[in-house]
Structure formats: C-alpha cells, structure tokens
Design a protein around this ligand. Structure first.
Ligand code: FE2
Length: 233
C-alpha cells in the first residue's frame, strides 16, 4: 500500500474540498441563470381620456391586452425555467420557443406603441429630428411612408416600425405582418399597432382613419430618448 506523506494528504483533501466548493458554486450559478425575472406591465404614460382620436375605452382595453401578454410571457419563462431541455419533446419545445419570441416582441412593441402616444403631441426635435430629415428627406416624406405602410396592412394584424439600424447607420420604416417579425439588428423607436384590437372599437374596418388618428397623437419624447441611446451603442 502506498503511504502518502501528510502534506500530500492535506493537499489532496484541500483539492477535493475546493472541487466540491467549485461544484456548489457552479450549481448556484446555473440555478441563478435559470431564474427569469418577472416582467411588469408598464403603466400608460398619458391620460387616455385626453387623447384625441383614440377613445379611452379603446386605449384601456388595448392596454389590458398588453398586460395579459406580459403575464403570458412570465408564464412562458417559468415553464422554460422548469424544462429539462436535454429530454424535452422537440415539437413542444419548438412551439414554446415560437410563442416566447412572438410574446416577447408583442410586449416590447406594445410598450413602444403606448409610449409613442401623447395628450398634446409635438413634432420630433433634436438629434432624432436631424436624423429623420437626413434619412427620409423631410418629415412629410417620413409621414407619407409611415402612414401608407399602416394602410397597406389591411389584414387586421401587424405593425409599422420605425427603427434605427446599427448596421446601416440610418432610420428606416419597416412593416411586420405579425409579432414574430421585427427588423434584425435594428433598435425600434416607434411602433404603430395595426391589429384590429387597436382600432376596431373606434373605427371598425376604416383603418385609414385610425392611421390618421395615431399619426396625429404621436408623442416623440420616447423615440428621441431611444435614438440617443442607440447612438451610444
Ligand atoms: Fe395590440
């Protein structure tokens, strides 16, 4: 039998204890990664009774729809946290991941939508106004493209998204036909919800009137803040 010197035994024991501690730390790290923070629905930043062209009932009901999506996103995160990915049924995981992306996007886009509405709209200013003049030629040109993009979505679903592309170094207007479609590598600054639930109660099928009402109610302060942040990235 090999007799190890006392110092080697002590060193070996130290390594074992160290390895056990490392294992415990690694497990703690895995556990901490696995916990998804709860997302809280953002409250409206305006008084819905004072927005021209969009009724308070419509806006409150729509905000409730957004809050339900936040709850669903939290439930999806919780389900994913508990999932054994190594043994998960592929079709179930694919569906959950599809819904995670769509719900994640829907919550972000609804926050942009509501943060872009104001009681007393004023035109964009500062760096964003300069960038829009550079990238669209004029505010009239931006407005014409944004509004026409909204009217082009006659299916009762989808988004018009104004976003800054870090790759292209410019602002563009994109049309997403559902919640899963957003411009890759671009930071959205403003979103117009073209889902039927965003206008049906006030305008029925008259989407052009809804588009005009939204355009007239745009509050630019949030888009200006997001653009300034995008410039720092
Ligand atoms: Fe919506």
């Amino acid at each position: 039998m090999t007799v190890l010197p006392r110092r080697s035994l002590a060193a070996g024991a130290g390594l074992l204890v160290g390895a056990m501690a490392l294992g415990a730390r690694a497990q703690q790290q895995i556990a901490s990664v696995a916990v998804s923070p709860k997302i809280t629905a953002k409250p409206l930043t305006f008084n819905p009774d004072k927005v021209k062209g969009l009724s308070a009932d419509l806006l409150r009901g729509h905000h409730g729809h957004y809050a339900d999506q936040v709850k669903r996103l939290n439930a999806i995160h919780e389900e994913l946290t508990k999932l054994d990915f190594a043994n998960a049924e592929p079709a179930k995981l694919a569906e959950l991941k599809r819904e995670e992306l769509a719900t994640h996007n829907a919550t972000v886009l609804h926050e942009l939508y509501f943060d872009g509405i104001g009681e007393a709209p004023i035109p964009p200013s500062g760096l964003l106004a300069q960038a829009m003049a550079r990238d669209y030629g004029s505010m009239d040109r931006w407005k014409a493209e944004f509004a026409a993009s909204g009217r082009s979505l006659a299916s009762g679903t989808g988004w018009v998204i104004m976003a800054y592309s870090a790759r292209d170094k410019r602002i563009s207007t994109f049309v997403a036909s559902d919640d899963s479609m957003t411009p890759a590598s671009a930071l959205p600054l403003l979103a117009m919800d073209m889902s039927e639930h965003a206008y049906g109660a006030d305008y029925g099928k008259e989407t052009a009137k809804y588009v005009d009402a939204f355009m007239a109610a745009i509050k630019w302060t949030n888009a200006e803040r997001l653009y300034r942040e995008a410039m720092r990235v």
